[in-house]
Design a protein around this ligand. Structure first.
Ligand SMILES: [Fe+2]
Length: 378
């Protein structure tokens, strides 16, 4: 019987969630391997592709014994070559088709909340750690922080007989390209964003303001915007049905959003302090749904990313700091490096540039780096 030569990233994710644990042979260079991994496969080894070119036998000898090997690279080409070498030596091996580029574009859709016919679905872009949401009630829905893969929101709404009535961005994203404006246009809905994030924007949007509320499905379920700058000056959080707080990149599960992407780190760190303390008036039972995740360590048993405010008040170290000066110092001393693509993506997300598909794929490579570093590791 012919051996299966390829495994798609979606199939790998599905199988990994169900206990699949092959040996992952990553043939990217050491730096790329170090900065971005498929973390749900525990058993991994990095032997760069170039080593197989220069010394195939020596490289093969370095691979630990395993029943199943999957081979991974950036785009799926070099790994296909290495998988072929392995199979020619009767070592069963499958290539991860499309490599990390394809891994960065797959999603898990999970219902994270359901009450009296209203619901919230989380769209987790697993490879990048980007989260977006669909809030539904009474035949209508709103989308928060849509990625550029807008067809998934339209398909989900259609299959659940929902009309997409509102599209929101919590802030001007830097780590990925927003699909918000395009989604709103495709479904004839309004696109809302924080005006402070969009000076000179080249696309049309409706500015968000503190205290605005929106009706979803004619029900007493409201999205209340609570201006919460810090990560960006226009950052906004939304409270749905008095039950779920969409914090964007202000408050994460184990960290907070970096305040330095606009070149005003100190001022924005002070804003971040004020913003997260605005959440103080909300009860411990409110569920926090952030727009990024640091990955597996933040998932619950069903691979959903959510916690109650009460839990975060105990577990999120930055949230436990009681003094503003100490908070700002802590924040500023743990800023991660900023990938050069981030300023380009900010510009594109303001409608000031229209990159082609290939450029978008290139810019979006890698996991998000929107969180403060200390807590990302914690
Ligand atoms: Fe962000």
């Amino acid at each position: 019987m012919e051996q299966v030569k390829e495994i798609s990233p979606a199939s790998l994710l599905y199988r990994a969630r169900n206990g699949y644990s092959p040996l992952l042979l990553d043939v990217r260079n050491e730096e790329d391997f170090g900065s971005w991994k498929i973390e749900c496969v525990k058993n991994q080894v990095n032997i760069p592709y170039i080593d197989f070119i220069e010394d195939a036998e020596g490289s093969l000898a370095k691979i630990p014994k395993a029943d199943e090997i999957i081979v991974l690279c950036g785009k799926g080409g070099a790994s296909a070559y290495v998988a072929d070498i392995l199979r020619s030596k009767n070592i069963p091996a499958m290539n991860v088709s499309g490599g990390m580029k394809a891994w960065g574009s797959i999603y898990i859709h999970s219902q994270i909340w359901l009450r009296d016919g209203a619901s919230v679905t989380q769209f987790n872009r697993v490879g990048k750690g980007c989260l977006s949401y669909m809030l539904a009630a009474g035949g209508e829905c709103a989308v928060i922080d849509a990625s550029r893969h807008i067809e998934q929101y339209i398909a989900h709404a259609t299959s659940h007989n929902l009309k997409i009535a509102h599209v929101f961005d919590t802030h001007l994203h830097a780590d990925h390209l927003s699909g918000g404006a395009r989604l709103a246009q495709a479904v004839a809905a309004r696109y809302y964003a924080g005006a402070a994030d969009m000076p000179g924007a080249g696309l049309s949007y409706t500015p968000l303001a503190d205290g605005m509320d929106f009706d979803i499905g004619g029900r007493a379920l409201k999205v209340v915007s609570m201006a919460s700058p810090g990560h960006t000056p226009g950052s906004t959080s939304f409270l749905f049905a008095d039950a779920i707080l969409f914090t964007g990149d202000t408050l994460f599960i184990s960290s907070m959003g970096r305040p330095d992407l606009g070149g005003h780190a100190k001022e924005w760190a002070a804003d971040l302090w004020k913003s997260v303390h605005k959440f103080g008036k909300l009860g411990d039972g409110v569920i926090v749904a952030p727009s990024h995740t640091a990955g597996l360590s933040e998932y619950d048993a069903d691979w959903r990313v959510m916690r109650t405010l009460g839990e975060l008040r105990r577990s999120n170290r930055l949230l436990t700091i009681r003094d503003e000066t100490a908070f700002i110092e802590e924040t500023l001393s743990h800023l991660p490096a900023e990938p050069e693509e981030y300023q380009k993506m900010r510009k594109a997300n303001m409608g000031l540039d229209s990159p082609d598909e290939q450029t978008m794929e290139q810019w979006e490579l890698g996991k998000n780096r929107c969180a403060l570093e200390t807590a990302r590791k914690g």
